[in-house]
Ligand binder design. Sequence first.
Ligand SMILES: *Cc1c(COP(=O)(O)O)cnc(C)c1O
Length: 410
Amino acid sequence: MFSLNSNYLKLKAGYLFPEIARRVQAFLDTHPEAVTDLIRCGIGDVTEPLPLAAREAMHEAIEELGQPATFRGYGPEQGYDFLRKLITQHDYAARGVSIAEDEIFISDGSKCDGANILDILGTQNQIAVMDPVYPVYVDTNVMRGRSSDAREDGSYEGITYLECTPENAFVPEIPKEKVDIIYLCYPNNPTGTVASHAALSAWVEYARRHQSLILFDAAYEAFIQDPNIPHSIYEIPGARECAIELRSFSKKAGFTGVRCAFTVVPKELMGITSAGTQRSLHPFWLRRMTTSFNGVSYITQRGAAALYIPQGKAEVETLIHHYMGNATILRDALLASHHTVYGGTNAPYLWIKSPQGETSWQTFDRMLDHHHIVVTPGSGFGKAGEGYFRISAFNSRKKVLEVAQRLSHS
Ligand SMILES: *Cc1c(COP(=O)(O)O)cnc(C)c1O
């Protein structure tokens, strides 16, 4: 009989969101009157519709594909030049960062890129993740055999967890042992916190000293409001030699269903082969993309490109303004009801201390019971998330105002 990748058996059965769904259903079964006023604040998905500029550009692209003279079939696997050029200009050159067009790889999502990048990295690398963490980083490594079995608390033997707490302002301390690959996500999901230039510089310095690789997930960079916070890891000198950056149009422009993202792989970035020679990662990723991927649809890339024209930019700004306005309302309401709140000023997530020594799940149950509000228990994102809960600003203004109202009666 053929064999299976048994590493999949090490994965903890998707626990967090199924357990939330189970508890919400059990509550609604016994409180059917709550069906109409239940508000979900656990969502990691956008709620507002696509910018008109993107929709118009996609309509036009469809018409182009309907004419013999302008029809297009397979496009470049790494993405069309028109989009890569706009990215280098608007996302990087405008912030004083020099990225070449051929260092940009357009994809169908950062989730896929984060998983696929493991294809070009050796299996013996020691992986480090932040705790609490976006579970995809961990699970994709487990699936590829880079860990032992799960422990009782859901963490994995063989993966280094870097605690993020108020004491370190949710930026992990530089580890004492050497790690080869470090996942950093700023602005952060789930904590909604950001990393300063100095904090990122310390990590770049560490990575260069140990010849480690930083996988920098900047999916939420568009939500940064503070002008002093870096949007890209490449704003830190030396990062081109040690970092890959993941960016996505998902949260920034409502593209979670459209699917478009990109990865930056600088040509200076070197790794070591099994023969002990140093090689640039760039040709590896190019080969991986051209062999295993046939590019993002022309229509989607035209939609993404429209986000860089003035109308598209203005619409993205309006979206960000909406979500960050929600975050401010939620933050103020939480502070007014005597909660300790982190995040929510440069990211669409708020990370809140559970009151009076409650566990994350106890807070979840109480919020559901008393307020008919669904939050996300922090312990679902890792051991260091215990005693916290997450509220998302991805919602309509109406619902956010209602949540604020309910919290003020707590
Ligand atoms: C939503 C999100 C992404 C974006 O993923 P896509 O596949 O591009 O939709 C990436 N990283 C984090 C931490 C996220 O929360």
